[in-house]
Write a protein that binds this ligand. Structure first.
Ligand code: ADP
Ligand code: MG
Ligand code: ZN
Length: 624
């Protein structure tokens, strides 16, 4: 709106001189290359000038012209013009005609009046037309083939399957004839599905970069505006532009912001707008003829909330899954994001990949950056492995929190955390405990951090039980040492509940319920369509597993009471213990090689991170 008005003002000012024809920037560059430009005057990105010979554009022709240089233009216009000896004059923005400065100083008032005018018109017009039509033009960002540094598949790693799926689309966009000759049809709508930060947006940009075709990108949340009708008008405009530039790509990010199922969304107000926008997308997608070479990519991390209409044949009927990377993938992603860092020779990306199970591309990028920041802060001239360790720790545990605990509280936390850590040593097959600390970080007052050795795709029942036993260790230690429990175990108990429910409802690990999966495909939530009896049984079985693990935890800690005391004293003295110190304090000998357990982002919700599971939050609740 503001821009439109300003444009309008500027064009009034400029056109008040001799009549100038407006030519596309590309025409201007062509003429400059042909040596047909006599002189130019530039005011920021607006260029006016004279052609040497008359040029015809559309219905207009003449030698006086004006054009707008796109802000994303990467060409060297100055070099081109000097090469052809074109004199260049520039006026500072805002200078120039006194009329212009007058208008600018009255700008705010004019805007207000303009806005009121717009609103009053808006009451009368319902369709897109007049001012509304202009307003409804999409703010889609156009990345044309020659603008800016390109994103290519080389910038994307760790999601090879998704890349392969999209390679075909790229090939089609490059050489549509090859496919059309055989009558093959490329799907128009492709939905990228995956957890946040896995690289969906990045991948879409890479498709544009690889295929070298115009790319219209729009974030769906931009559509959802208060004024009804604008979203739909933008969609229409976006598709029109893309069709005109075909073969081309439309990218709708965060599709769930508008594409949410109409039945499930009950919010009032914004709804109408969203529905109209959604309908317009559906109409546009249905309106494609087979040889319209526009590929519509969309991304979401919540496919389950999408309106089923969007997924029907002819619409987003092709799905590309973007999963969190495995160890090798993480290493490859780290390689990309450490390209420009000065790494010390001791940095081992494979090790870092191993320590970051469950991290996605965006996390890894942050870690690389954080490590560089830490190194810079310390005044080092290379980024060392220790910097990476610290960056990972920060990302898992949060920043140190300046908080002063009383001695009693500190002792309680020391026991709680020691309980976790000791269980980590005693439970067979548990992930190795890396660190035990009673330094408050993020939301937690203390933490035990055990690091999974690698991704795991398969969980033996004993491993899951071990995790529950370990998570209950903090509370059990409070019981054993104090005979009472505090509220500090809340987040532990959430984990416990989550794991136990998964065991019973998802992995069929309850003999009473049998090998049933009661969860909804996709999101892992427990489905609703089973009998009350089953549901009761489910609760009972969860309770049984948790009780058994709890008893086990209390038993082990009672038997090892002296070790628990020693460990708690040690951490009270030093605040933080590493693996070796933990073993030393308990008098348990460290196993020669870490056990071959491979651990995991636990698929509790498909997206739970093992980091979340491995870290323990004593809970903000004990904060006083
Ligand atoms: P999404 O759209 O899936 O939420 P993004 O594409 O916005 O994720 O990812 C954010 C940033 O994280 C990217 O710009 C990129 O720097 C980094 N990133 C994410 N995934 C990857 C990947 N697979 N390979 C390389 N970098 C990645
Ligand atoms: Mg994104
Ligand atoms: Zn705990």
């Amino acid at each position: 709106m503001v821009l439109l008005l300003l444009n309008y003002i500027i064009s009034i000012v400029f056109t008040s001189g001799p009549a100038r024809m407006t030519v596309p920037y590309t025409t201007f560059v062509q003429q400059a290359n042909a040596g047909n430009v006599k002189d130019v005057t530039a005011q920021s990105n607006s260029i006016q000038g004279d052609f040497k010979k008359t040029v015809t554009y559309g219905t207009a022709s003449g030698t006086l012209f004006q054009t707008e240089r796109p802000v994303f233009a990467q060409d060297n216009l100055v070099a081109l013009l000097t090469q052809h000896n074109v004199p260049i004059t520039a006026t500072p923005p805002g200078s120039g005609s006194p009329l212009l400065s007058l208008l600018i100083s009255f700008g705010p008032a004019l805007l207000l009046i303009g806005g009121l005018l717009y609103l009053s018109r808006r009451m009368q017009t319902t369709g897109p037309g007049g001012i509304l039509g202009a307003f409804g033009q999409s703010r889609a960002k156009l990345y044309s083939p020659d603008s800016g540094p390109k994103t290519t598949f080389a910038d994307v790693a760790g999601i090879e399957e998704a890349k392969q799926d999209l390679a075909q689309v790229v090939d089609f966009l490059r050489t549509p004839e090859k496919y059309q000759r055989l009558g093959a049809q490329i799907p128009h709508g492709i939905l990228l599905v995956g957890p946040p930060g896995t690289g969906k947006t990045l991948l879409a940009r890479a498709v544009a970069g690889e295929s070298n075709r115009p790319f219209f990108s729009l974030s769906a949340s931009e559509f959802v505006e208060a004024i009804v009708g604008v979203g739909a008008a933008r969609v229409r405009d976006l598709f029109a532009k893309a069709k005109a530039a075909a073969p081309s790509i439309i990218f709708i990010d965060e599709l769930d912001a508008i594409g949410r199922s109409r039945a499930s969304s009950a919010t009032f107000g914004a709804n109408d707008e969203r529905e109209q926008t959604l309908n317009q997308i559906l109409t546009e997608m249905d309106g494609f003829t087979p040889n319209q070479n526009v590929v519509v990519l969309a991304a979401t991390n919540r496919p389950e909330v999408l309106d089923p209409a969007l997924l029907r044949p002819g619409r987003f009927d092709r799905r590309v899954t973007v999963s969190p990377p495995d160890r090798a993938g993480r290493e490859a992603i780290l390689k990309i994001h450490t390209r420009n860092l000065r790494l010390a020779p001791d940095v081992n990306l494979d090790d870092i990949a191993g320590a970051t199970a469950g991290f996605v591309g965006a996390d890894l990028r942050n870690i690389a950056n954080e490590a560089a920041l830490i190194a810079a802060q310390k005044g080092e001239d290379q980024v060392t492995h220790a910097d990476f360790d610290e960056a990972i720790e920060r990302s898992v545990l949060g920043l140190r929190r300046p908080i002063v605990l009383g001695p009693d509280e500190k002792r309680l936390i020391a026991y709680h955390e020691s309980g976790h850590a000791l269980m980590g040593l005693l439970v067979p097959g548990a992930d190795p405990v890396k660190k035990l600390t009673i330094v408050p970080r993020g939301l937690s007052l203390g933490s035990t951090y055990s690091q999974p050795i690698d991704d795991r795709y398969n969980y033996p029942e004993s491993y899951l039980r071990g995790r529950i036993t370990l998570a209950l260790g903090g509370r059990a230690a409070e019981e054993v040492a104090y005979g009472a429990v505090t509220t500090g175990a809340e987040s532990d108990l959430q984990q416990v509940n989550q794991i136990a429910r998964s065991m019973v409802a998802r992995f069929g690990m309850s003999p009473k319920l049998g090998p049933l999966n009661l969860t909804q495909p996709g999101n892992g939530d427990v489905a609703q369509h089973f009998s009350e009896e089953t549901s009761k049984l489910l609760d009972e079985e969860v309770r049984r597993i948790v009780d058994e693990c709890h008893r086990e935890s209390v038993r082990m800690l009672t038997e090892n009471r002296d070790r628990l005391d020693r460990l708690a004293e040690a951490v009270l003295k030093k605040d933080t213990l590493d693996t070796d110190e933990i073993y030393a304090a308990t008098g348990i000998s460290k196993p020669a090689s870490s056990h071959p357990v491979i651990a995991p982002p636990l698929p509790a919700n498909g997206s739970a991170r093992d980091g979340d599971l491995a870290k323990d939050e004593v809970g903000s609740e004990i904060r006083r």
